[in-house]
Design a protein around this ligand. Structure first.
Ligand code: ADP
Ligand code: ZN
Length: 631
């Protein structure tokens, strides 16, 4: 929680020279152990360090943290980081302390005297960074405290939470609009991994950041393979994904309801796959425990509702699976973005079906929310459906949703690129379906969900059709050429295109806004044939498990050293009670193995090895490397 004595290397630097003379690049290499900035990082740091405001839109894993951490070190005073996630603050602070930065947090988990100690440190200028939640920041008492301190900057993390249009709205974020007026001389940087233009506009407005410089990075995550397949037996489908492609690896499985979270986690455990549930119905202590175990263990799966994940920066999550349709592309992209932060190949996989569409529409239609909210929710859902049903590249569709042009038509790393779906001319089928809906309504005054409509189209007698004399209708049995499953597939796609709509509490089908041109044969309707689940392009078969992925390129002798380092890392992480990746990332371990350092100085040149970790672990790493001088 507060700075440890081990913060020595940075402190020495600080004493030895004028802090302001240190360049951003020096900090990057001495403190963080990296040798070059990525993307816009340097420009953002320059903007904020020189006292300007910045709005930063960068995908998960893009490297947002350095954009406020380095300016906080460059400027006099403390950087205040506003983050919605109290539960993660202690890990965030621990990660900073691990590289020798003086960081602390102020939140409700602290005892009174602990909070007081942090406040004293702040006032004494002994903190580089201080984390707090927005509700605390806006308290008059906190504002008072901050006025007495020297502030380097305000960093507003997860800034999309201020947007009501978005998917993670937190009312407490609205209070942050006071910062501009209350601290006009303190630069502010707002950061988010949500990229829609609507959210961007709204957060700029609400945080009064009109005069800021805006930095919008590419949202492409090329190492993530996007796949969406039709839902049949979702748990078996998930199991297949895990056992054939991600055995022994870390992953997140998202479900809509608490019940299906519990059941799915149990089903995985019953098959010998380590998995833990996470949802808002669990005790706070249990949730915290499961989250920590997920962060610290190699190869654990967390099955969760969307309550899980914001701010989780575990770098080696190899897959994110959705067993239910997310409510918006924004949500989907954030959730899938939690895979592969380390840049290694990862999978974003989803199973979705007609039932998802109908139940979500029903949820929206029958909810108590305002008409405006419902309209927003419907358009979010429609965009999500369009992504699911696209027959072209998913990545192109995702990026264009975020207003980003891409220079290609097909990415080569999504399911529609890897095996382009077969399409068929479904114009007549769509007309038959629409006619059936119209006849049932006009001649019987009836509206039905997809099940009964399909029975009518296929001419299948049941109690209801007998009672209502459906067999006398001209549309009875006109759709016999398709099976029940094919009709469901077709209806799902027609829903996504607005040719039909599912309405109200029972999800009854009605002609949609795009029905007219279809009925008049002014357009043709091409639909995709549901295909059998698509395997990864990376070979599909079983692959090496867990963290060993990063080491796949290594030769056997190097491999042995990598494993030795991993074992060493595990024991250090256990002893210090921090996640292994906070000691060194897989990529850094591979870097060490490849560069074969023979001295502490050589070790310091490896990417990811900063001054503090070098001082702390240098000797131990050299010892843990078996026979580094031979071979
Ligand atoms: P975000 O907050 O945008 O999701 P992070 O700030 O957590 O991303 O950074 C993701 C990962 O990339 C972290 O492990 C971080 O240390 C690493 N990283 C960030 N910037 C650089 C850089 N310039 N060079 C090498 N690694 C970097
Ligand atoms: Zn593609």
């Amino acid at each position: 929680m507060s700075s440890s004595p081990a913060a020595a290397p940075l402190a020495q630097l600080r004493d030895g020279e004028d802090a302001r003379e240190r360049t951003a690049l020096e900090i990057l290499s001495t403190v963080f152990g990296y040798d070059a900035f990525r993307g816009d990082q340097a420009a953002i740091i320059e903007q904020v360090a020189s006292g300007g405001d910045a709005v930063v839109l960068m995908p998960t894993g893009g490297g947002k943290s350095l954009c406020y951490q380095i300016p906080s070190l460059l400027r006099e005073g403390t950087g205040i980081v506003v983050s919605p996630l109290i539960a993660l603050m202690s890990d965030q602070v621990a990660a900073l302390e691990a590289v020798g930065i003086r960081a602390a947090y102020l939140n409700s988990t602290l005892e009174f005297h602990e909070a007081q100690a942090v406040e004293q440190q702040l006032l004494a200028g002994e903190l580089d960074l201080l984390y707090m939640a927005p509700e605390r920041l806006v308290l008059p008492r906190t504002q008072d405290l901050l006025r007495r301190a020297t502030l380097a900057l305000f960093a507003i993390d997860e800034a999309h939470c201020v947007s009501q249009w978005g998917h993670d709205f937190r009312p407490d974020y609205l209070g942050l609009s006071v910062l501009a007026e209350a601290f006009p001389e303190v630069p502010r940087i707002a950061l988010t991994a949500t990229a829609t233009e609507a959210t961007h506009r709204e957060l700029t407005d609400r945080l009064a950041m009109q005069d800021a410089k805006h930095f919008v990075a590419s949202f492409d995550r090329p190492n993530i393979q996007y796949r969406i397949e039709p839902k049949s037996t979702p748990r078996d489908q998930l199991l297949r994904l895990i056992t054939t492609e991600h055995e022994g690896e870390s992953g997140i499985v998202y479900c809509l309801s608490r019940r299906s979270v519990e059941q799915t986690a149990e089903a995985l455990v019953a098959r010998g796959i380590p998995a833990l549930p996470y949802h808002a119905g669990l005790d706070a202590a249990v949730r915290q425990d499961h989250q920590e175990r997920f962060l610290r263990a190699d190869g654990l799966i967390i099955v969760a509702t969307i309550a899980f994940g914001m701010g989780i920066d575990k770098p080696d999550v190899r897959f994110v699976a959705h067993l239910d349709l997310p409510k918006s592309i924004e949500g989907y992209y954030q959730e899938t973005g939690r895979a592969g932060r380390d840049g290694q190949p990862s999978t974003a996989w989803m199973a979705y079906g007609l039932g998802d569409v109908v139940s979500q529409r029903k949820f929206i239609d029958t909810g108590e929310s305002s008409e405006l909210f419902k309209r927003n929710a419907r358009s979010h859902l429609d965009a999500m459906l369009a992504l699911c049903e696209t027959v072209t590249c998913r990545r192109v569709q995702l990026l264009s949703y975020f207003g980003q042009e891409v220079g290609y038509e097909a990415c080569g790393n999504c399911d529609t690129c890897l095996s382009p779906p077969q399409t068929w001319d479904a114009t007549v089928a769509a007309q038959k379906l629409l006619s059936a809906l119209i006849r049932l309504d006009r001649e019987r005054g009836q509206k039905f969900g997809s099940g009964q409509v399909i029975e009518v189209l296929r001419g299948r007698e049941n109690e209801r059709s007998t009672q209502s004399r459906h067999h006398e209708l001209s549309v009875w049995g006109i759709g016999e050429e398709l099976g029940e499953k094919e009709w469901r597939t077709a209806i799902r796609q027609l829903l996504a295109r607005g040719i039909v709509e599912a309405e109200g509490e029972y999800g009854v089908l009605i002609p949609g806004p795009q029905a007219g041109p279809v009925l008049r044969s002014e357009v043709t309707v091409e639909l995709a044939v549901d295909r059998t689940p698509q395997r990864s392009a990376r070979g599909g078969g079983r692959r090496t498990a867990g963290a060993a992925r990063a080491a796949e390129s290594l030769e056997p002798a190097q491999r042995e050293r990598f494993e030795a380092l991993r074992a060493w890392r595990t024991s250090v992480a256990k002893e210090k009670q921090i996640p292994p990746y906070m000691v060194f990332s897989d990529a850094t371990l591979v870097g060490i193995v490849e560069s074969r350092p023979e001295s502490v100085a050589q070790l310091g040149a490896v990417s990811g090895v900063g001054a503090k970790k070098l001082a702390e672990y240098g000797e131990a790493v050299l010892e843990a490397l078996p026979s580094a001088h031979v071979d």
